[in-house]
Design a protein around this ligand. Structure first.
Ligand code: FES
Length: 653
């Protein structure tokens, strides 16, 4: 007689096993992805499976009701205490009795797939650096004296095949009481570095630890700091929260923070202390929001631009303010979180910081590359992360290039006469009627357009307060399309444009969008100075893209991805009318949302992604805009709207 056939779904892995083999054992032998924290002791419930009955012509078998063993006492006890879902069994307790088809539900898979975000089909495969292991440790013995740590290490080797472990002093200090409290059964959280070396015991609990393990993916921006608290078992983001970067008081943009450091001895240390304080506040508040003990946060991953990177690490960023823009290190960093002053989380938590690409192209751009994978693209993709510094990636399967471009803060509404941050009351959408040259607009906080009934009531609490970055881009593009601006960006007079809204202001003209002065509000105009600021910003962005295209030897890109919060808000058509981005079919210009934040989550959830991005970054060709003479030529030509010489055939369609 032959042994029963065991088929696992969805993997399709199959093999024959003697009657009485536990399902978990069969799964392991076949390399089926079936989870276990307790090592088959029937207490963690991670190994749940669902057997199927009936005819399986595909596999040539009939599965009888009794293909698995009856419930044993362990499984019965688990079900009495916790309850198993109907049809579910514990894979470590149920044994094979006959031919059987066994489904491994997603939550029982170790390398389960986690949705990145609703918009994309791609998933994150769970393989975190820190995992839980339940072990039974031998009690000490007068006759063969060994230390508790050594016996714990041996148990991990015997029960989990883990070779070498280390623990730091603070962990050793709690080892003995915890082992005894747990009656020699403990759960340890083990961190493995992707560069190898001994696994590190990050935490130890008596008995089976069931309140989970968490990591914090942090997008450390110069304006805002966003954190995503992630369950390291399921990959689910359990809470997200953000706060303003308190370094703003030392300078709005990156360069002013670098100069603060240059001008003030100890200024860098002040800024480091400020951001670390904010990170602790963020960790505490996000843990409170998710109702978890902050000590369960055992990992953090950071993505940030180079200046933020240095200030987080406590490096003076002064070298980043001047050519040749040398980083203290561009390599990724794995280090204890407490080295960064992060004391609101587990005292032995680890931090991983993605590598920087170059002195101007940071770990945030590396995270975008990890999330958007230009190096795996069949077609040529340009990825633009717009901020005070635009970071650009251009590439396909053959190679990937990167550069940054000094756009300045105009796209964020700064240095714009009526500009403001994206907040309720800010104009975010504008249309100008090409016949009457009258504007209509929408403000953040209301769905209504300004010429729709009820608009005034809808915005009563905020009023119209200014124009945000996406609003100013649309305003300038609409002004161009309505003939209020010429190609050089000059605003026409009332006579030239035929609208009283173009009014003299000094020696130039300004276009009136909204006048609320009668009710004590602002007068919102687009001035010639505003147009110039946007032209400078968009020329820098476009010139950066063109420089990468030159280096790639192409004059067209197949698609454009706009990354970042800003990219998610701007209208792609207006961006192209303005000539911010090279010509491409409009349906091939998409937004990736917060791709840097997604990259941070991927690196948090998957240890292999850390090695991958380090390899990818090493292979990226860095193009330095500051020393490329052609950058200036591209910059000047891109000053016209949309462009002096480059054609935009897609716009004509
Ligand atoms: Fe823990 Fe089965 S492996 S309950």
């Amino acid at each position: 007689t032959t042994d029963p056939l065991v088929v696992f779904t969805p993997s399709g892995k199959r093999g024959r096993f003697p009657v009485g083999t536990p399902v978990l054992t069969a799964a392991r032998q076949l390399g089926v992805d079936l989870d276990s924290v307790c090592g088959g002791r029937g207490i963690c419930s991670k190994c749940q499976i669902t057997p199927s009955h009936g005819e399986f012509p595909k596999h040539g078998i009939t599965v009888r009701e009794d293909a698995l063993s009856d419930w044993n006492a362990v499984e019965q006890r688990y079900d009495d205490k916790r309850g198993l879902k109907p049809g579910r069994r514990l894979g470590c307790q149920a044994t094979v009795q006959g031919d059987v088809v066994i489904d491994v539900p997603p939550e029982s898979q170790v390398h389960r797939q986690v949705v990145r975000k609703a918009a994309t089909a791609r998933a994150i495969t769970m393989d975190p650096a820190t995992r839980l292991y339940f072990v039974e440790v031998d009690e000490p013995d007068m006759h063969s004296p060994t230390g508790d740590l050594e016996r714990l290490a041996r148990a991990l080797k015997d029960q989990w095949d883990i070779d070498a472990v280390t623990a730091d002093l603070s962990l050793l200090a709690k080892l003995q009481p915890v082992l005894r409290k747990g009656k020699w059964q403990v759960t340890v959280a083990l961190y493995r570095d992707h560069h190898g070396g001994a696994a590190r015991i990050v935490e130890i609990w008596p008995g089976l630890h069931e309140s989970g393990l968490f990591g914090l993916a942090i997008d450390l921006g110069s304006t805002t700091i966003a954190g995503h608290l992630t369950d390291l078992d399921t990959g689910v983001v359990v809470a997200s929260s953000g706060l303003m970067n308190p370094q703003i008081r030392f300078g709005e943009d990156l360069m002013s923070r670098v100069s603060y450091s240059m001008m003030n001895p100890g200024g860098d240390a002040e800024m480091t202390a400020a951001v670390r304080g904010a990170l602790n506040d963020l960790a505490a508040s996000i843990a409170a929001e998710a109702d978890i003990d902050p000590a369960l946060i055992v990992e953090t991953v950071f993505v940030c631009n180079p200046v933020m990177h240095h200030l987080l690490l406590g490096f003076d960023p002064v070298e980043l303010g001047q050519a040749p823009f040398a980083l203290a290190t561009s390599e990724s960093l794995s280090l204890p979180a407490r080295d960064l002053g992060l004391d609101a989380i587990n005292p032995r938590a680890r931090t991983y910081i993605l590598p920087c690409i170059a002195g101007h192209v940071g770990a945030d751009c590396a995270a975008v590359a990890l999330s958007e994978e230009p190096g795996k693209s069949d077609d040529l993709v340009l990825i633009v992360d717009v901020g005070t510094n635009a970071e650009l990636l251009l590439g396909d399967k053959s190679r990937v290039l990167a550069c940054s471009s000094p756009t300045g803060p105009a796209f964020e509404g700064a240095q714009i006469s009526s500009g403001q941050r994206a907040a309720p009351g800010a104009i975010e959408r504008i249309e100008i009627d090409p016949a009457t040259r009258t504007p209509r607009f929408r403000v953040i906080g209301s769905e209504l357009w300004s010429d729709e009934p009820g608009f005034d009531d809808a915005i009563a609490t905020t009023g119209v307060t200014g124009i945000c970055g996406s609003g100013i881009i649309e305003a300038v593009a609409e002004m161009r399309m309505a003939g209020l601006l010429d190609e050089s960006g000059l605003i026409g007079s009332a006579e030239q444009t035929g609208t009283w809204r173009c009014r003299p202001e000094g020696r130039t003209h300004a276009y009136l969008i909204h006048d609320a002065t009668e009710t004590g509000g602002p007068r919102i105009t687009v001035t010639q100075g505003d147009i110039r600021a946007i032209q400078l910003a968009k020329s820098a962005l476009y010139a950066g893209a063109r420089l990468l295209m030159d280096n790639m030897n192409v004059d067209r890109v197949d698609r454009v991805v706009l990354a970042g919060a800003f990219g998610a808000h701007i209208s792609t058509r207006h961006a192209m009318v303005l000539g911010m981005i090279p010509d491409a079919p409009l349906d091939k210009v998409t937004s990736a949302g917060n791709a840097a934040g997604t990259g941070a989550r991927i690196a948090l959830c998957n240890i292999g992604a850390r090695a991958e991005i380090e390899r990818v970054v090493r292979d990226i060709t860095k193009v330095e805009t500051a020393i490329e003479p052609k950058f200036q030529d591209h910059f000047v030509a891109a000053n016209a709207i949309p462009h002096k010489t480059d054609p935009f055939p897609e716009l004509a369609k």
